[in-house]
Design a protein around this ligand. Structure first.
Ligand SMILES: *Cc1c(COP(=O)(O)O)cnc(C)c1O
Length: 383
């Protein structure tokens, strides 16, 4: 086996594909999938994840920024790619050159894209985003028809889709999303009345596609669920029920974050551990040092709060988390050795630490924790 750093993220592409196959079965054959692979596939690696998703037959990839789309093109991916975050006017030339698609919200960008299409001899596909309540990107419903009239005058543009994005699909209060769905349907109807029938509609992120089946549209835009994590605990019973109904195995975590013990030391009672003396040994303790710290993405606010798995048992992290290292009290784990494998999140024996659990302890969401796993942590692909 090739040498790699002891601190690593193991990526199980088989689990990733399993999750897509699960989704396909839950959605049925009428609904397609745009795999959201922005932010380096939530830290899982955009190129390998995109290739795996395409092998499962997804019809679209969702990148966050144009650079991410270009990276996929340079790696030989020719399937449709949508830039979910939109583009600047001065990126239109590249967008057209690399056959990428952007969401569109303004007449100015429509003009520029059509110009570039004309220059490069291409018809440019665009997806209008209607802002139904996120109040971030998108055209407000009352301005939609103006944008449409503009597009109708531009010969090199092709309106492929109408889309929107939910602000609160994982909120207890489902009325917010229901209202957004309604506003979207209205906008779509308005479009059809003016003779425009976009072949694609897309609205739903992971939460919405499970909780609001009428938000599924022609395709859905799942991100987090593909990586085997849930946006919020309220999704848990809903997803379980859907899997059971279709006799599917549960969605599986794709990433496991691991390290190894680099030093073991018996430390007397009453010693202060790590920077700023935020932990004192209550008795003589066996303390393990691991080469992982906040430079790897392990948030410092987890200091003295998190646990890891060693030899299939939970062991507490003690003292302040450093840039490159953390300390673990392994006194209660028999027979620990130097080089012992340690799980930050993932499975060991019959125990598991979920990314959701660790994110919650750190006061954030699994999305951010995945993104925080930094560049210097090698991704080790399995299957
Ligand atoms: C990130 C993103 C998604 C995916 O959301 P998940 O909650 O990860 O499923 C879908 N649509 C847009 C516009 C996004 O930015």
């Amino acid at each position: 086996m090739a040498h790699h750093r002891a601190t690593r993220a193991e990526i199980n592409l088989k689990a990733f594909k399993h999750n897509i196959e699960n989704l396909k079965k839950i959605l049925g054959s009428d609904v397609g999938i745009m795999s959201v692979i922005k932010a380096d596939a939530y830290g899982h690696g955009a190129v390998p994840c995109s290739k795996a998703a395409l092998e499962c037959g997804v019809s679209y990839l969702g990148a966050g920024i144009i650079e991410e789309g270009i990276e996929l093109r340079k790696n030989g991916i020719t399937e449709p790619i949508l830039i979910l975050g939109g583009i600047f006017l001065n990126e239109a030339a590249d967008l057209v050159h690399y056959d990428l698609t952007t969401i569109l919200s303004t007449p100015t960008l429509a003009d520029e894209l059509s110009n570039q299409g004309n220059k490069q001899g291409k018809i440019v596909k665009v997806h209008i985003k209607v802002d139904t309540g996120m109040n971030r990107l998108g055209v407000r419903p009352e301005d939609l028809l103006n944008l449409i009239e503009k597009i109708k005058t531009l010969p090199n543009l092709n309106l492929e889709a109408l889309s929107t994005h939910f602000s609160s699909a994982d909120d207890e209060d489902s009325s917010i999303t229901k209202n957004q769905i309604e506003l979207f349907q209205k906008a779509l109807l308005e479009l059809k009345k003016s003779g425009i029938h976009p072949p694609i509609t897309h609205l739903a992120n992971s939460s919405a596609l499970f909780r609001f089946p009428d938000s599924r549209g022609k395709i859905v835009r799942p991100g987090l669920i593909l990586y085997g994590a849930l946006p919020s605990p309220i999704l848990n019973p809903i997803v379980k029920k859907l899997c059971k109904k279709d006799k599917l195995d549960d969605f599986q975590p794709v990433m496991q974050w691991k390290s190894k013990i680099i030093q073991l030391k018996l430390t007397p009672k009453g010693e202060a551990l790590s920077y700023s003396r935020r932990y004192f040994t209550q008795k003589e303790s066996l303390i393990a040092t691991l080469p992982i710290g906040y430079a790897d993405g392990l948030n410092r606010n987890l200091s003295n709060k998190m646990q890891v798995l060693i030899k299939g048992k939970l062991a507490p992290q003690v003292g302040n988390i450093c840039m490159d290292m953390i300390l673990i009290d392994v006194s209660r784990i028999p027979d620990v050795k130097l080089g012992e494998d340690v799980v930050i999140f993932g499975k060991q024996g019959d125990k598991q630490i979920s990314v959701e659990e660790l994110a919650d302890k750190s006061g954030t969401i699994p999305y951010e924790l995945f993104c925080n796993v930094s560049k210097r942590v090698p991704r080790i692909y399995q299957n």
